[in-house]
Structures are given as structure tokens and as C-alpha cells.
Design a protein around this ligand. Structure first.
Ligand SMILES: C[S@@+](CC[C@H](N)C(=O)[O-])C[C@H]1O[C@@H](n2cnc3c(N)ncnc32)[C@H](O)[C@@H]1O
Length: 290
């Protein structure tokens, strides 16, 4: 008998990172269709950003038409929702709840709540929305339900007081949606402005303002331009420190506490991890203009 040929294990592609399937029979087809839809949407958004950058409006229009032909943001969100179903590895906010449970335990016996901003919310029934100790504000570029505000986080009015700030911000699979590296850096910096230092109203519970970040694992594990160390350098420079970290074959989950110790630095797009099979995911951080 001949020995079974061993397949060489290639690093996962960004488009192959959604957890496994809905119903066994529909599995292969729908998982593939879902991946293709997500991948194609991300690619078109990146091409659109490049076309915009060089002022090629005709190409922008063509790409917009292509995005619409594929079902637009709505179809992308549907594909992402399938990715959230428990059969596909589930709702990422379950990990968040597990991590913050010790800190929010005391809130169960009070009416105080921790204020959470969920950016890129696809459902009002995920684990964080169902948690009675959390007061969740949900926003998305395209709202799928009445409890989700249609809003671009980058356009959200800046807070005037703590009432407009949050103890926790969730960016689950949102940063990788942003089509350009500079925009990703801006999104991370913007989070700080919305974090709240004061404790939940009428409560003695203390909670260090935090950022829950979820990314497809290859963004960090298999990129030419981003490594775990670089991600940590970036977030540390913005004032965060890493408190929880979990990686599966598909996703990387992290909880960052805001220490307030900012050491503003610039981060450029530079090759950190060369290789033909790597992806180009990058985060560029520009210094704020005073
Ligand atoms: C892949 S879905 C992730 C959904 C969900 N958070 C999850 O973990 O599965 C990404 C969502 O982020 C939303 N999004 C991307 N950039 C955003 C922004 N600047 N403001 C609000 N929502 C944004 C998109 O509209 C999309 O619905």
C-alpha cells in the first residue's frame, strides 16, 4: 500500500477565515459562497479606495455598480451573520462576556450598567446585547434591525461629556473592513476619544476603559506588514495595554485596557514578515496634526 500523500499546510488566506458551517448538508456550498462574497466585497472596497485616491471617478462608479450587483453591503452583512451563527464558531461577543464577567458580576445586583459601544453591530441578540449588566449602543454603516443605529463610527459626533462616552468599545471584525491602512489607524485612535474613565452611574464597580478587538487571524499571523508585536506597539503607543488574548485558526480576539499613557508614534507600512504567500493587511498610524 502506498503511503498517503501529505499535503503541505499553507498559511490560511484572509478569505478563508470564517468559522465552519451552518447545517452539515448546506455546509460546503454555503460556506464557500459566504467566503467568496466576503472576499469579493473586501477586494472591491480596496479597489474603490485606490480608484478614489487617484481621482478615477469612472472606475469608482464601475466598482460601485459591481458592489451593487453582488448585493451590496446588505449581502456582505448576511454572509457575516452566517459567520456569527453558532454552527460556524459563533458570536465573538461570547468571548468578551467570558473575559469581563468577573468585573461585571457586582452589577448584577444593581441597576447600574456598563456602557458599551458596539461598532459594526449585526444583531441585537448577541451575547453582549443579552447581558443584563450592559447598556449596549449599536451602530453600523447599514442597520439591519431597529436597535442598530445607521452610523459611520468615523462620523459619530465627538462626545461632549461622559454621558456620550463608553466603558467599552467593541470592534469585532470591523477594523479589517476598513479598506485602507491609514483609515484603520484613524479608527483605533478615534476609540480613545469615546472611552469613559468614570465608573458606571450609582455603582462602586470600577472598570478600566477597554477595547475589544477581533480580527481574522491571518491579518496578524500571516501579513507582510502586521505582526502581533507590531499590533501591540501600535496600540501601546495609543495608550492601551493588552490584558487578554486568544487565537483560533480563524480569529484573533484581544482585550485592551486604556491606560491613558499615550506615546504618540508614527507607524508606516513596512515589510516585517516577507514571503510570497503572505497577505497585505496593514495599519498605518499618522501623527495627529495639532
Ligand atoms: C464583518 S461585519 C462584523 C459584524 C460583527 N461585529 C461580527 O463580529 O461578526 C463588519 C461590519 O462592520 C461595519 N462597519 C465597518 N466600518 C464601520 C464604521 N466605520 N462604522 C460603523 N460600522 C462599520 C460594516 O458595515 C459591517 O456590517
Amino acid at each position: 500500500m502506498t503511503a498517503k500523500k501529505q499535503r503541505s499546510k499553507r498559511p490560511a488566506l484572509l478569505s478563508h477565515t470564517r468559522p465552519p458551517t451552518l447545517r452539515k448538508n448546506e455546509a460546503a456550498l454555503s460556506a464557500k459562497a459566504t467566503r467568496n462574497l466576503i472576499r469579493s466585497h473586501h477586494t472591491l472596497l480596496k479597489q474603490r479606495t485606490q480608484a478614489l485616491r487617484v481621482g478615477n471617478q469612472a472606475l469608482v462608479d464601475k466598482i460601485d455598480a459591481q458592489i451593487q450587483e453582488n448585493g451590496g453591503l446588505e449581502s456582505y452583512q448576511l454572509a457575516s451573520k452566517i459567520g456569527q451563527s453558532s454552527e460556524r464558531g459563533g458570536d465573538s461577543s461570547k468571548v468578551l462576556i467570558e473575559w469581563i464577567s468577573p468585573q461585571i458580576a457586582d452589577l448584577k445586583t444593581t441597576s447600574s450598567k456598563l456602557r458599551v459601544l458596539e461598532v459594526g453591530a449585526l444583531s441585537t441578540k448577541n451575547a453582549c446585547s443579552l447581558n443584563e449588566t450592559l447598556d449596549v449602543t449599536r451602530i453600523d454603516l447599514n442597520s439591519q434591525e431597529p436597535g442598530i443605529l445607521k452610523q459611520d463610527f468615523m462620523e459619530r459626533p465627538l462626545p461632549l461629556s461622559d454621558e456620550d462616552r463608553f466603558h467599552l468599545i467593541s470592534l469585532s471584525l470591523v477594523l479589517n473592513y476598513v479598506p485602507d491602512p491609514v483609515g484603520r489607524g484613524e479608527m483605533l485612535k478615534r476609540c480613545v476619544t469615546f472611552l469613559r474613565q468614570s465608573p458606571p452611574v450609582d455603582s462602586s464597580t470600577t472598570f478600566t476603559p477597554s477595547l475589544f478587538l477581533v480580527l481574522p487571524a491571518p491579518c496578524v499571523a500571516n501579513s507582510r506588514y502586521l505582526t502581533e508585536q507590531r499590533l501591540e506597539e501600535i496600540l501601546t503607543s495609543i495608550g492601551f495595554s493588552l490584558t487578554k488574548n486568544k487565537q483560533t485558526s480563524k480569529l484573533i480576539y484581544q482585550l485592551w485596557e486604556y491606560s491613558g499613557k499615550r506615546q504618540p508614534r508614527e507607524f508606516r507600512k513596512e515589510i516585517l514578515n516577507p514571503g510570497r504567500t503572505r497577505n497585505n493587511f496593514a495599519i498605518i498610524v499618522k501623527r495627529d496634526v495639532k
